[in-house]
Design a protein around this ligand. Structure first.
Ligand SMILES: Nc1ncnc2c1ncn2[C@@H]1O[C@H](COP(=O)(O)OP(=O)(O)OP(=O)(O)O)[C@@H](O)[C@H]1O
Ligand SMILES: [Mg+2]
Length: 451
């Protein structure tokens, strides 16, 4: 082995440690071992580590032999200087290896004379240190120099192996964490897919339900339509029945005049017209693509009263109208139906009154955005405990006269759902012609011009 002057030690160390800073781990150790062999002029340099805690064998990590690296190998520790290094404290140095370790077959074969070994006390996974070994086929001249420089180099190797271990450990932790995250991501993705599937299924279920509900409501609407037609037909059918019975009776009594036939047929004809109009109205009423049209409220009331004229006259009612000139963009036919339902109800109550004036008062005023329509009578009002139920479907107090309890229910549906307005019922006291009266009042509020 080359034995330099101690004052050159810094220079030698600098040359050995002149290693690219980017190299780490085994790459660093390879350069390190090569630099040691070249700069200290020893034939062999290696770093190895015991493969087990019992220290039976060494596995080399990097080996420089003469002028190049050689393949790593394993060797038995028993009766070798390396065993002393690993079990002893520090540097182990021998010049007569062949004599001191006659059983070390490997060293014998290699013709080794000088041996320097130092333990590399590094933090590793197994916790067992490595070993730095320099071997030469010539004896060492300056043992002190080799002892201290090998000791120092072993420390440097320790630092490298420890750092490598830490980095490796860190990498492993990062990779384990990455795997965990990837697994979590996969689970989340799977969850998302399942969630999407669930949402999809729920949407489909919901759609099916909607279809069923639509179907049911169609059936309910048809039922309502039939009930409504029956309701609207009651009046004209009873007129037809009365008139035809009258004609038959007069004929039997032989008092039937041609004029009677003429006027009776006119009445029957207009009632039939009314019946057929009702069918058309309801067909319109249930049409999906109903169109709103522009009309004057005054005209709508005229049309309504034309339909209920016979009832008004026969009941001897006074109708007082106070309608502002206002136009509406609405479903006029449906509005007529609402007015008729309310007026029919008033007539039903007013005919029960035996004495005094029978009034129906209609007021319509325009506010900022709405048209407010008030229809009231002086029939005494709705029974107090029932006032909240009058709009309920099938609520009626007219069981004796075949009341269906549909009129106000339909009216509310038309005003609120088809026209986005409101309808309320209350009992009011009012003065007309210096007389005080009590009756039911229906207030309808409609957005003006269909706003
Ligand atoms: N002007 C009113 N005065 C007093 N009570 C009324 C008045 N209008 C409605 N009602 C009450 O509200 C109930 C429900 O009215 P609705 O028009 O819905 O059905 P109905 O008139 O009983 O039956 P149908 O309309 O089939 O003849 C009536 O039975 C009646 O008790
Ligand atoms: Mg009614």
């Amino acid at each position: 082995m080359k034995q330099d002057n101690e004052r050159d030690i810094i220079q030698i160390l600098s040359a050995i440690l002149d290693i690219d800073q980017n190299l780490t781990g085994i790459d660093y150790l390879k350069e390190f071992i090569k630099n040691i062999a070249i700069n200290l002029d020893v034939k062999y340099a290696l770093i190895g580590h015991p493969i087990d805690a019992q220290l039976t064998q060494i596995q080399t990590d990097v080996v420089w032999a003469g002028d190049d690296y050689v393949d790593n190998f394993m060797y038995q520790l028993k009766d070798t200087p390396c065993e002393l290094v690993l079990t002893g404290d520090r540097v182990c140095i021998h010049d007569n290896v062949l004599v001191d370790f006659p059983d070390d077959k490997l060293l014998q074969d290699m013709g080794i004379e000088a041996y320097v070994g130092a333990p590399v006390i590094a933090k590793t996974a197994s916790g067992v240190s490595s070993i730095l070994v320099l071997l030469d086929i010539k004896p060492m001249e300056n043992k002190n120099f080799f002892t201290s420089i090998t000791d120092f180099l072993a420390l440097r190797a320790s630092a490298e192996i420890t750092q490598n271990y830490i980095e490796q450990n860190l990498l492993e932790q990062v990779s384990a964490r990455t795997k965990e995250l990837e697994k979590a991501k996969e689970e989340i993705e799977l969850l998302n897919v399942n969630l999407e599937k669930r949402v999809h299924e729920e949407i489909e279920k919901n759609n099916e339900k909607q279809l069923i509900i639509a179907e049911q409501s169609k059936m309910a609407s048809m039922g309502e339509m039939i009930e409504n037609i029956a309701h609207q037909w009651r009046q004209p059918l009873s007129i037809i029945s009365t008139v035809s019975t009258g004609v038959k009776f007069k004929n039997e009594m032989k008092v039937l005049q041609p004029d009677d036939i003429e006027s009776s047929m006119d009445t029957i004809y207009s009632s039939v017209q009314h019946l057929s109009q009702t069918i058309d109205d309801f067909r319109n009423f249930f049409k999906k693509d109903k169109k709103k049209c522009l009309f004057f409220l005054k005209d709508t009331f005229e049309k309504t009263f034309a339909l209920v004229d016979s009832q008004i006259k026969s009941a001897d009612l006074e109708v007082i109208k106070n309608i502002e000139n206002v136009s509406l963009l609405e479903l006029e036919q449906e509005l007529i139906q609402v007015f008729m339902n309310i007026i029919h109800n008033s007539v039903d109550e007013l005919v029960k009154k035996e004495q005094g004036v029978k009034l129906i008062m209609i007021d319509a005023i325009v506010t900022d955005d709405n048209v407010e329509i008030y229809i009231k009578d002086n029939a005494g009002g709705i029974q107090k405990d029932m006032i909240n139920e009058v709009f309920d479907s099938h609520f009626t107090t007219k069981q004796d006269s075949n009341g269906t309890g549909i009129g106000l229910y339909m009216s509310k549906m038309i005003i609120e759902e088809h026209m986005h307005g409101t309808i309320e019922a209350s009992n009011v006291e009012f003065v007309y012609d210096d007389n005080a009266y009590v009756g039911a009042e229906f207030k309808i509020c409609l957005p003006q011009l269909g706003k």
